[in-house]
Design a protein around this ligand. Structure first.
Ligand SMILES: [Zn+2]
Ligand SMILES: [Zn+2]
Length: 180
């Protein structure tokens, strides 16, 4: 091998090269091809599976079920998704299929089955529909955090006033101090 000092190794395909660029948590360094794969992993069918059915720009970012205002993001496939405002949680407690990240270009992406960073400080976003108070409670198998958040959403359903800055960051840390 030649001198590859200073070049990252792609976290997916293991190649090194100038197009391997740090893509931010939780993806890490990825080559151009792998990054494209990440961004294209969803199509319209997947939008349905992802629950990316938020009203587009022009309409209020309200949940169609509970009518609460949420944080709305564009997805890589030109649909919109509602994420819980300012909630950031360790990805390990979030079931596959509900693990969302906001990329540096401000798009929301469902990471699906993709392996995520082992960094314990890595936090991700969750979709509103997982804890929508107009829906059934989260499945028993889910982490107690989701039940707590659902209960909280139920409790303040009528008085809900979304934070001015819906995009956070607000980090949920059951052991830490509230940053607010
Ligand atoms: Zn790669
Ligand atoms: Zn809702």
């Amino acid at each position: 091998m030649g001198d590859t000092a200073g070049q990252h190794r792609c976290a997916d395909c293991d190649t090194r090269g100038p197009d391997v660029v740090e893509r931010g948590a939780p993806f890490g360094p990825l080559c151009g091809t792998c990054w494209e794969g990440v961004q294209n992993l969803s199509d319209n069918e997947d939008a349905l599976a992802d629950g990316a059915a938020a009203p587009p720009l022009g309409a209020d970012p309200r949940c169609r079920h509970c009518n609460r205002l949420q944080a709305r993001y564009e997805t890589p496939y030109n649909r919109w998704v509602l994420l819980e405002p300012r909630i950031l949680v360790p990805w390990q407690i979030v079931p596959v299929g509900h693990r969302w990240v906001v990329t540096p270009d401000d798009k929301a992406m469902n990471t699906r089955e993709r392996p995520l960073s082992l960094d314990k400080t890595c936090r991700i976003r969750i979709p509103h529909h997982l804890v929508c108070p107009a829906d059934e409670p989260p499945a028993d198998t889910l982490d107690p955090f989701f039940h707590a958040l659902y209960e909280e959403n139920l409790r303040n359903w009528d008085t809900w006033d979304p934070p001015d800055d819906c995009d956070g960051p607000y980090t949920f840390d059951p052991d830490g101090d509230d940053p607010d």
